[in-house]
Design a protein around this ligand. Sequence first.
Ligand code: SAM
Length: 381
Amino acid sequence: MASFEYTVPCLFGLEAILKREITDLGYEISSVDDGRVSFYGDECAIARANLLLRTGERVLLNIRKFEATSFEELFEETKTIPWEYYIPKDGKFWVTKASSIKSVLFSPSDIQSIVKKAIVERLKEVHKITWFEENGESYPIRVFLKKDQVEITLDTSGEGLHKRGYRANASKAPIRETLAAGIVQLSVWNKNRILVDPFCGSGTILIEAAMIGANIAPGRNRQFVSQQWDNLISENIWKDAFREATDVETKPELRIQGYDKDYHVLRIARENAEIAGVDGYIHFQDRDVADFSNPKQYGVIIANPPYGERLEELDDVIELYKLMGKTFEPYGSWSKYIITSYEEFENAYGKNATKKRKLYSGMLKTNLYQYVGPRPPRLNG
Ligand SMILES: C[S@@+](CC[C@H](N)C(=O)[O-])C[C@H]1O[C@@H](n2cnc3c(N)ncnc32)[C@H](O)[C@@H]1O
């Protein structure tokens, strides 16, 4: 089978988790950079990576890498790519995004239009036509420049992979699904331990955890743009990937609990869990964090409390963090993971974290404060 190189962008801070996920799928990593992991794979990798990766934002098929310091070079080299192999005569194609870091060519809109022009020129010559209807399937193209090295890629995902298809309704400040899945995988939680999100909002962290616990593929409720590319990937490859994904699903006993003081948001959480097919695994209840209590040992708390991004909310948020510190203190056997952008979190909480990890929530810098408790005795997991 032919081998291709793919690049999977991710949120900054999740590279190591994404790398592990890709390796677990059996692929060889070719490079890891800030916010992206690349790997080698056959054509089945398009379907498998899109369907199965939990922390990747999209799966890009790398088409060509070259150096360019002028628009002429960018144009000429792009034109030498055999686009007719990738894009059918009626295909709809456009450069959805261009980004440039430390490069002579830096204007994204100019890079986008030059690359599109070069593809049009190539296809005009090959197909001997002057006008493209572009009424067929979509072939989104993405271009990256870093230190004058150009990477031309085809986006096989379409909508970002964080869009799992279960979040019909979002609460006020939902965490991105890929970030939630990353935090769950960074934590010590496994399906033998209790998991509690005391600020669950629309339930994202717990839904991602339940999907991990039951081995449910993150992409099983959605479509990918490359599913329509029958010129490049046969339908059977997709069928096999979906079958592989459903074959490994399990029905474990999970103890996952979500609390929030906002009763209305829990309705959304329940709906989302139902669409994701994990409502049977999660117990949601309206409860203020001040009333948190749990008789069990060795549980795991993953919390995404309000950040107090707006100045007028900051005092309340600091009080809330103090309250969390006091409330969780008696739970010495539990491990706690708290994500916030508030830099002084540990002071307010009243305890230094065992580990702190920088994670980006989109463009917002946050930290995951990790208070890792003791391992449970063997019998308990
Ligand atoms: C940043 S949002 C969590 C978003 C959630 N991770 C999601 O994906 O939708 C914070 C949540 O904390 C809840 N909250 C604020 N103060 C609380 C308190 N004292 N006790 C329980 N929940 C609280 C809010 O209602 C809100 O839903």
